[in-house]
Design a protein around this ligand. Structure first.
Ligand SMILES: Cc1cc2nc3c(=O)[nH]c(=O)nc-3n(C[C@H](O)[C@H](O)[C@H](O)COP(=O)(O)O)c2cc1C
Length: 274
């Protein structure tokens, strides 16, 4: 990081900001990898190191980053995640899924971010148990999860910077999969794998994915209520848009949404890969 000073005053580094935004928007959850050459351990270590530098509540760093790179181990984790996806498909109505489960098998490595939730005890706790329950307890959980998200995000950004692609899988947090992963990777019951980042070589250029317009997301200095989304918007998203918004690129999402409305309850079996 270099700082530019003019007359002893720091100056905005517009070029660096633009480069950073380019990197951030190039990050995609890609669910298809080109089987390729291994990634040197040193590079994997640097990617994990980006996770290590994430901010965390009370600097608690509640994560352990398990880098899975031995090919048999990668296959074992991939099989576990395929089982998780099958269960999700069976149990969760209306959630689109990637039906070609083999794509995780093409990962060159996976980073499994285990979290020791006991570290939430290091966040603000009131003397009075009643006050703690109403005011602080839930927020300790928020702080923990948000911290972990920052670490996973850093890992994904580092993979993008290295010209690799990655995805973000949260199914490891489901009790059955969490237990399976603990047993496979040797972690105790105090630790839960809240994020799994399969890493691989891009099969093709990552497509753009739909984002809400910046004018809708930004609220300068105060809420502009006509820009806040309503309960109806959420229900509409679940019912009509979600299936097109997770795995498809922005253009095909728009195309699908402008076409005839799918039969209610109908689920796309989507595969954003090949
Ligand atoms: C907390 C979190 C959990 C996610 N869980 C999954 C998951 O289990 N499986 C999956 O395929 N993608 C998962 N994703 C990826 C999102 O679907 C993806 O980020 C979103 O559709 C936007 O696409 P993009 O990452 O390509 O920009 C998750 C992302 C986040 C932040």
């Amino acid at each position: 990081m270099t700082y530019i000073f003019v007359m002893d005053k720091p100056l905005l580094d517009q070029a660096a900001l633009q480069d950073f935004n380019r990197l951030v928007s190039a990050r995609r959850s890609v669910r298809s990898f080109e089987p390729g050459q291994p990634i040197p351990k040193e590079a994997l270590k640097k990617i994990a190191d980006a996770g290590r530098w994430a901010p965390s509540g009370a600097n608690s760093q509640p994560w352990e980053i398990c880098v899975v790179e031995e090919s048999q181990r990668v296959r074992d984790v991939a099989s576990l995640m395929a089982n998780q996806a099958d269960r999700l498909n069976e149990h969760c109505k209306g959630f689109p899924h990637v039906h070609k489960k083999h794509w995780v098998h093409d990962s060159v490595a996976l980073m499994v971010v285990f979290v020791d939730a006991r570290w939430a005890d290091t966040y603000p706790t009131a003397f009075e148990p009643e006050l703690d329950a109403t005011e602080y307890q839930e927020n300790r959980w928020n702080i923990l999860l948000v911290s972990v998200g920052a670490a996973i995000q850093n890992i994904q950004l580092a993979t993008t910077a290295a010209g690799l692609s990655s995805a973000w899988l949260s199914g490891g947090g489901e009790p059955q999969t969490a237990q399976d992963l603990r047993e496979l990777l040797g972690f105790p019951s105090t630790h839960t794998p809240y994020g799994i980042v399969p890493i691989g070589w891009p099969r093709r250029r990552a497509e753009s994915r739909w984002r809400r317009p910046i004018e809708e997301v930004i609220h300068w200095n105060e809420a502009t209520t006509d820009n806040l989304r309503s309960r109806e918007d959420i229900d509409h998203y679940i019912e009509k848009e979600r299936r097109h918004s997770i795995y498809k690129d922005a253009q095909s999402r728009d195309r699908h949404l402008s076409e005839t409305t799918p039969v209610d309850g109908e689920i796309d079996l989507v595969d954003d890969g090949s």
